[in-house]
Design a protein around this ligand. Structure first.
Ligand code: C2E
Ligand code: CA
Ligand code: CA
Length: 663
């Protein structure tokens, strides 16, 4: 027979090149990569054996008889195992190799493989597959078709696994994997019917090349900043660990004030710190594949229950906190270590991740020793709560369940309530009252905040349009904007259109933007603010003193007012806070910005803050946030009886009047 071997030679060259490429790029020895490499070697070996076999059958007189037998056996062996290896690669790619430990998947996977081995082993006696006659002529046996059937069976097995666990593979990769199928199937079919045309292996090796180019990206699981495994890898590992069903520990180390560090020292310096921490963590007796860097200063270590040792969390703590030494920064890093026992403390990957991202911010209810927090199992419900709140928000959006409350703001100079802040309220039929501090961050993460923010803005506009607020002394209403809203290109447009729709003057709206949002300041925020400011809308810098203000970016933005956070107001008795706040107020006054003090609860605070030069006061001392009707009633009452504003008997004579007269 005249075999056409050119395609096989091409296939051989291609697989050799591919293995060079594979090693050139640093790859992680995980199951997916190892099974890819095994598959690549198998394609290469099959091609070599195929060529040797063809040589033997073309020139039987030049080779000994056993040569023909050996090459034929090897060829059949590889050709059988190759499709099975392909199916296994898909299983590894979807990260579901644990399925093969279960009988329902293991049997369909291994039975055909065993059958093939039996056929191969029985061939010398029964000639099931092939035999050479006395003239060394080659003959096919009936089991050859079983063999081809098995090859297609494994191809189908791989595709079915891919379909079943499709969620574990990104859509683009999935599409790539499906589209490679004809590349293997068509040449194989052709070769069944034209056995001299050896194109099967070329199809397979082109398929390997495309896989390497599109699916096998060795960098995908690595974090560029630290060289450790990334969040994706962490999710994969954890999923695997949960499926195995054995207990394991996750040690999560969070570098505190990460945002502040980035803003103050810049990305480069912070990356240097992270690298140093990563380098030192690698020195620990922890395997490389157990170390991860998620993002925003969070490192994790995953360890089987039987490998964890008592002093590990402490060592991690000292590494993370001690790593400023070589950076010559006058800076002490602080960190928080959480020790999470899975599945006891977090019963699924989702709750583990939620725990690490949300709950590790607060230490309430956990056993804490020297910066190390041992999570108790109560916290496994964090994830359930997040989901419940998300559902409550959806319900509220669908059924008009949100309500906007108003909290009066007192003007010291005018000695009257002159404005108010709009605050959102959510009362769910199932969960009851949900504080905005809880649901706002969740909606920010899910993206729902955009819709909610527009709802608040519309509701307030409608409220202003319906009521003659000027008549009751209210000049403007302050509305909170979240970071996500500020990052929307169309924000300014949408807000202005709504104001127009209700025929309102822009002067009746004041937008509050938190310090944190300003810290993330981008061009979009700046453009939005400038567009709105040009039309006459005013801005307040909210929660001053809670974040880490970046003066440089703040002074560029058109803020008219600054709101001093209630945390600072409540610690005014502390002498150092007092000194800090006095000079801050003086500074803002010089910058010609109005100053609002939030969280004013006592008359002493009213006195002190007024004396320090605050222009506006807001807090429970004047009123809690109340619903629209109650707010209107309250404003009318205070307009008609201004003496009720400061019911303190001493207020009218010495304190406040003297203070207000002073500036
Ligand atoms: P914030 O903007 O700092 O709002 C002031 C918070 O302080 C309100 O909490 C208010 O009820 C509370 N407060 C007022 N006076 C006092 C006082 O004298 N003492 C104390 N301890 N607290 C006082 P609230 O309504 O629970 O809102 C919490 C946060 O949720 C707000 O903080 C704001 O960041 C966010 N939020 C509320 N409504 C909205 C909204 O419509 N949009 C956005 N993006 N965020 C909102
Ligand atoms: Ca606010
Ligand atoms: Ca505030």
């Amino acid at each position: 027979m005249n075999y056409i071997i050119h395609y096989d030679i091409c296939a051989l060259v291609l697989t050799v090149l591919l293995s060079f490429c594979f090693f050139y790029k640093k790859y992680i020895p995980n199951l997916q990569n190892r099974s890819f490499l095994a598959l690549l070697y198998m394609v290469m070996a099959t091609t070599i054996v195929d060529l040797l076999d063809v040589y033997g059958t073309t020139f039987p007189e030049r080779v000994p008889t056993y040569y023909l037998y050996i090459t034929s056996y090897l060829f059949f062996f590889f050709l059988n195992v190759l499709p099975a290896a392909y199916a296994f690669y898909i299983v590894a790619l979807t990260g579901t190799e644990w399925r093969l430990t279960r009988l329902t998947t293991a049997l369909p996977f291994f039975i055909p493989l065993v059958t093939l081995v039996v056929i191969l082993a029985g061939n010398p006696i029964f000639n099931w597959l092939f035999y050479y006659d006395s003239a060394m002529g080659y003959h096919r046996g009936p089991a050859l078709y079983v063999l081809y059937f098995c090859a297609f069976y494994y191809l189908a097995f791989g595709l079915y696994s891919l379909y079943r666990d499709r969620d574990m593979v990104r859509p683009a990769k999935r599409a790539a994997l499906f589209s490679f199928v004809p590349l293997v199937a068509i040449p194989s079919l052709i070769q069944i019917f034209i056995p001299t045309l050896l194109i099967e292996m070329l199809g397979a090796s082109i398929c390997m090349m495309l896989t390497l180019m599109t699916i096998q990206n060795p960098d995908e699981l690595l974090n560029g900043q630290t060289g450790l495994f990334n969040r994706r890898a962490f999710l994969q590992e954890s999923r695997h660990a949960y499926h195995q069903g054995k207990g394991f520990y996750v040690i999560a180390a969070r570098l505190l004030k990460y945002d502040y560090l980035v803003r103050t020292f810049g990305d480069e310096q912070v990356t240097a710190i992270l690298r140093e921490i990563a380098g030192e963590l690698r020195q620990l007796p922890v395997r490389h594949k157990q170390l991860f860097y998620l993002k925003d200063g969070i490192f994790t270590i995953t360890m089987p229950e039987n490998e964890i040792y008592l002093t590990l969390p402490e060592k991690v703590l000292s590494i993370v906190e001690g790593s400023s030494r070589e950076n010559q920064m006058e800076l002490t890093l602080s960190s928080r270590i959480h020790v999470i026992r899975c599945p006891d403390d977090a019963d699924s990957v989702d709750s583990l991740v939620d725990y690490i991202t949300y709950a590790s911010n607060s230490d309430k209810g956990k056993t804490k020793e020297k910066g190390i927090v041992y999570v108790s199992s109560e916290f496994r419900n964090v994830h359930a709560r997040v989901l419940a709140v998300e559902r409550a928000v959806e319900r509220a959006l669908a059924t008009n369940g949100f309500e906007v409350y108003y909290q009066p703001i007192f003007s010291v100079k005018e000695n009257r309530v002159n404005s108010a802040e709009a605050l959102l309220r959510l009362r769910d039929p199932e969960l009851g009252f949900i504080p905005p501090d809880e649901f706002i961050p969740i909606t920010e993460k899910s993206g729902k905040i955009i819709e909610i923010g527009m709802f608040v803005f519309r509701t307030v506009c409608q409220f202003i349009a319906k009521n003659d607020l000027k008549k009751i002394g209210i000049d403007y209403i302050e509305i909170n904007l979240s970071v996500e809203q500020c990052m929307q290109h169309k924000l300014a447009d949408q807000l202005l259109r709504t104001i127009d729709e209700f025929h309102l003057p822009t002067s009746c709206i004041n937008l509050e933007i938190t310090e944190t949002a300003v810290a993330y300041s981008t061009e979009i925020l700046e453009t939005n603010m400038n567009t709105l400011a040009e039309t006459g809308i005013k801005f307040s810098l909210d929660d001053y003193g809670t974040g880490y203000s970046n003066m440089a970016s703040m002074v560029h933005l058109p803020f008219n007012l600054v709101k001093i956070d209630k945390g600072i107001v409540s610690s005014l008795e502390d002498e150092r806070v007092f000194i800090a706040i006095s000079s801050t107020i003086a500074m803002f006054r010089e910058m010609r910005m109005g100053i609002v003090a939030e969280g004013v609860e006592t008359y002493e605070q009213v006195e002190v803050l007024s004396a320090l030069g605050c222009d506006y006061l807001q807090g429970y001392f004047y009123s809690r946030p109340v619903c629209a009707t109650e707010f209107l009633e309250k404003c009318i009452e205070l307009r008609d009886h201004p003496e009720l504003i400061h019911p303190d008997p001493m207020a009218m004579d010495h304190g406040l009047l003297a203070v207000t007269a002073a500036h």
